[in-house]
Write a protein of this length. Structure first.
Length: 202
């Protein structure tokens, strides 16, 4: 049942991407439209507590991440600051996950996505939030309990011809990155899902 559900939406997304590719010639516009496809999917199926936006993540010491394609954050307790248009500035403490979206993933695009996610996950986090019996509890963060936002790379297509090749490229792209700041995984729709194991290059 779940597999059929996922397959149906994967096919719909890919069809929409193809339609955009045929209708839009500007590469930047294609990318933004393809990001929006995933944004609308997440907004439709995530609980209403979560907001899905694009922008930057900020820490309490004023440091900011690079521009981030998709930020999933708590919209009820800490509203985001809108910078310009649809771009937002979100506190690291209420950021649950970030996603770097690529139309066609290759080694260069993968390395770019890893850097984008690293810029978020290395921000200093002063507190963590947990939900218990319907209440929101704010816990001071320390080096042992800090909860960093999850980071994922999402793509509609990939340049590699097999899963072994993309897995090898993923390992190479994160090898020099501190384990705490590495992405949690890579998803190429209808092709593969690579989940990184903590403290391991596999």
């Amino acid at each position: 049942m779940v597999q059929k559900f996922y397959k149906r939406f994967a096919e719909a997304m890919l069809t929409e991407v193809e339609n955009i590719s045929d209708a839009v010639s500007h590469k930047g516009d294609k990318g933004r439209n393809n990001e929006q496809i995933l944004v609308e999917f997440l907004r439709r199926y995530l609980p209403q507590r979560f907001s899905v936006d694009t922008g930057q993540v900020v820490s309490c010491d004023g440091k900011q991440s690079s521009q981030t394609d998709i930020i999933i954050h708590d919209r009820l307790n800490t509203p985001a600051l809108f910078l310009a248009g649809t771009s937002v500035l979100v506190p690291i403490e209420t950021t649950y996950a970030v996603i770097s979206v690529k139309t066609t993933l290759d080694k260069t695009q993968l390395c770019d996505a890893v850097r984008q996610i690293e810029s978020v996950r290395r921000l200093e986090n002063k507190a963590s939030f947990i939900y218990s019996r319907g209440e929101i509890l704010k816990l001071p963060a320390n080096r042992m309990s800090i909860l960093r936002p999850r980071g994922f790379v999402f793509a509609y297509k990939m340049k590699w011809k097999n899963l072994k090749s993309i897995n090898k490229a993923f390992i190479e792209s994160i090898e020099a990155v501190d384990d705490r700041y590495r992405p949690n995984g890579v998803c190429v729709i209808d092709k593969c899902l690579i989940r990184r194991l903590p403290r391991k290059l596999e």
